[in-house]
Design a binder for this molecule. Structure first.
Ligand code: PMP
Ligand code: GLN
Length: 391
């Protein structure tokens, strides 16, 4: 049996579930797990209601996805990014991005292969890679602006490198990687003849002048990239669990072979709602960005008012906040400070050391999720008001 829950194993209960349980126990404002506490767009719920009335949607969906969603996704990639993916051969609908990450890892990796991931990482990357038998190499994004060091990046590559796990816009740092960074990474991927899994679940959540550039749009990168998306964030209903995987027909075939014996197919009613949702993107994406820009600004304001100094948030719905010096001097780290905030200030966050395995840098931050109602964000502000005075 595999080893679960030991400190050495990457397979343990997710930090998101742990913190949500603690938030409930201490009746804390929950800014930990990334999900909205307010209703997502009505058109998604309307489409779900409509789907219940469509007889064919009550039976198994085709293994790669329902035709309407595949067609609308093909159109989405073409109109949004000028990327051409054939709906019949290059797109697969998965049970959220989480399944897409596992499927891609099991389809591509063999024991002895090496993968590279950037820390802080999304927690399922090392688990997926290691379940597939690969060896994980880690490159740290150094704070407070979370960039990689060029030498450290190059040194992580070797002839055994098969796959890079890349998340852009980036959870939990809130970074949106720029074109120069993407070009640098893509040159290494080509030089070492490997693949990149580009997790773009926050593709529509970029702020100010930051623009999301899919790495597949760079020269000769489409055939090397597995782009992963998710409807949960964009359509404000994380319970939908509809994700997708876009790649070359060859990679796509391998992924489908894993997907068919993993879940076989994804709930067709949820797929239908996402397909209908994609038809609204023209007007909805502006509204969505505006809503979250407001929440990001409010979160920053609330944190600044309580004496904290949040990092910049260029994208996603997360903000990293350095632990105040006065607490570090009392030997608090992210885990003890997170507990302190839950117990004494009724505010739950995420301790990011769970997303690191090479450096200790994560111990100096907390992650706040601002996908929450205005009232809740303000309430968190009043809970945190005396934080620094009391220390
Ligand atoms: N990747 C990242 C970076 C995420 O933040 C999440 C979770 N929200 C996922 C993947 C998983 O997405 P899904 O809920 O669609 O499985
Ligand atoms: N992606 C969400 C986050 O980062 C959590 C999803 C989960 O609980 N697996 O908070």
């Amino acid at each position: 049996m595999k080893e679960f829950n030991s400190t050495a194993s990457s397979i343990k209960e997710s930090i998101f579930s742990q913190m949500t349980v603690l938030a409930k126990k201490y009746n804390a404002i929950n800014l930990s797990q990334g999900f909205p506490d307010f209703e997502g767009p009505a058109f998604i719920r309307e489409a779900l209601k409509e789907a219940v009335g469509i007889k064919a949607l009550g039976q198994y969906a085709p293994m790669p996805g329902i035709p309407l969603l595949l067609e609308n996704l093909e159109r989405h990639f073409a109109s949004q990014y000028q990327l051409s993916y054939d709906k019949l051969t290059s797109l697969t609908i998965t049970n959220g991005a989480t399944e897409a990450i596992m499927v891609a890892s099991l389809a591509l990796l063999e024991p002895g292969d090496e993968v590279i991931l950037f820390e802080p990482f999304y927690d399922s990357y090392p688990v997926a890679a290691e379940l597939a038998g690969a060896k994980v190499k880690v490159v740290t994004l150094h704070g407070d602006d979370f960039r990689w060091n060029d030498d450290e990046l190059r040194q992580a590559f070797s002839p055994k490198t098969k796959l890079i796990y890349f998340n852009n816009p980036h959870n939990p740092t809130g970074r949106v990687f720029n074109k120069d960074e993407l070009l640098q990474l893509s040159e290494l991927v080509k030089e070492y003849d490997c693949y990149i899994l580009s997790d773009e679940v926050y593709e529509f959540l970029t702020f100010d002048d930051n623009q999301h550039i899919p790495i597949a749009t760079l020269p000769e990168m489409q055939e090397r990239t597995l782009t992963i998306g998710s409807a949960g964030k964009t359509f404000g209903h994380t319970g939908l669990k509809v994700g997708w995987l876009a790649s070359s027909p060859e990679i796509s075939h391998a992924c489908r072979m894993v997907h068919q014996f993993n879940v076989f197919s994804v709930n067709p009613m949820a797929q239908y709602a996402v397909a209908k949702g994609l038809e609204q993107m023209g007007s909805y994406s502006k509204e969505f960005k505006k809503l979250y820009t407001h929440k990001r600004d409010l979160m920053h304001h609330v944190l600044l008012e309580s004496g904290l100094t949040p990092c910049q948030t260029e994208g996603t719905y997360f903000t990293l906040v350095p632990i105040p010096k006065s607490f570090l001097e009392q030997d608090y780290d992210d885990i003890s400070f997170c507990r302190y905030l839950i117990e004494k200030h009724h505010t739950a966050t995420i301790p990011p050391s769970a997303f690191y395995r090479k450096s200790d840098e994560g111990k100096r931050y907390l992650r706040f999720c601002f996908a929450k109602s205005e009232e809740l964000l303000k309430e968190a502000g009043s809970n945190l008001q005396n934080l620094l005075k009391k220390s």
